[in-house]
Design a binder for this molecule. Structure first.
Ligand code: ADP
Ligand code: ADP
Length: 226
């Protein structure tokens, strides 16, 4: 598990303040949901963790070190990242997609690991030989999760990973992610505009509004109207 700390983090785009001086400590092993309306800064906050976005002010730390201390590609190899339209490479098989991170890390015999990763997200091994466009949306998101977990990260960032899915598929993928979070000892940060989803999956719900965290509570407290 990894502990993530935001220290007075801001991000401005011209006159727009996307994230406004956020200070926050995310404990190792927790499953945190960032909820809030579109444009409230959720995605910007998340992407400053793996340096897809650099803060204008302040710093994000993972465990004992600022993320800026490490080259972004090395940092990203230690952080799983899944976003809405997964971005599988269309000209590569599912297996090759899952194996990308392993190959970049210099592993050669990847077939067994790919089979293991597909099993982890509850996909049949035969799917490795298929092309991404032959899969359903839910299967593609599962492949995205398998790819994100390939190199054994202890921190998982999820940016609206269920966004384009129907409710049944969304529910099944949510359960799979919940199980992976627990069994793999992950720290997981989920961005979603769906409070019900946050309450179901997370152990801590942070509500964002205009770049600030305006509420911070457990699902039990949210449900009790605290
Ligand atoms: P959310 O994920 O909650 O929908 P975002 O983090 O995507 O919110 O956006 C927060 C604010 O920052 C919004 O006002 C958005 O328009 C603005 N913003 C995000 N990215 C950019 C960008 N690259 N350039 C200019 N403004 C941006
Ligand atoms: P930039 O050109 O802005 O530095 P990168 O080359 O770092 O962007 O990444 C380009 C795109 O690749 C990102 O927008 C993201 O969607 C995707 N991406 C690939 N691998 C990762 C990863 N490990 N973590 C986050 N995003 C990734």
């Amino acid at each position: 598990t990894r502990r993530v700390t935001f220290k007075n983090v801001s991000k401005r785009y011209g006159a727009t303040v996307a994230v406004d001086s956020v200070s926050l400590e995310i404990a190792g092993g927790s499953f945190v949901a960032l909820v809030g309306a579109s444009g409230s800064g959720k995605s910007t906050l998340l992407k400053m963790v793996n340096r897809l976005i650099e803060p204008s002010d302040g710093a994000v730390w993972i465990d004992g070190a600022p993320v800026a201390a490490e080259p972004a590609p090395a940092l990203r190899r230690r952080i799983g990242y899944v976003f809405q339209n997964v971005g599988l490479f269309p000209h590569m098989t599912v297996g090759e997609n899952v194996a990308i991170g392993l190959r970049l890390a210099g592993q050669r015999d990847v077939a067994a690991r790919v089979a293991e990763l597909l099993a982890l997200v509850e996909l049949p091994g035969v799917i490795a030989a298929r092309m991404p466009d032959a899969l359903s949306g839910g299967q593609r998101q599962r492949v995205g999760v398998a790819r994100a977990l390939a190199t054994g990260p202890k921190l998982l960032l999820l940016d609206e990973p269920f966004g384009a899915l129907d409710p049944v598929t969304r529910d099944a993928l949510g359960k799979a992610i919940g199980a992976l979070h627990a069994t793999m000892g992950l720290t997981t940060i989920l961005v979603t505009h769906d409070m019900a989803e946050a309450l179901l999956l997370a152990d801590r719900v942070l509500v964002m509004e205009a770049g600030r965290v305006v509420a911070d509570a457990s699902p039990r407290e949210v449900l009790a109207g605290k």
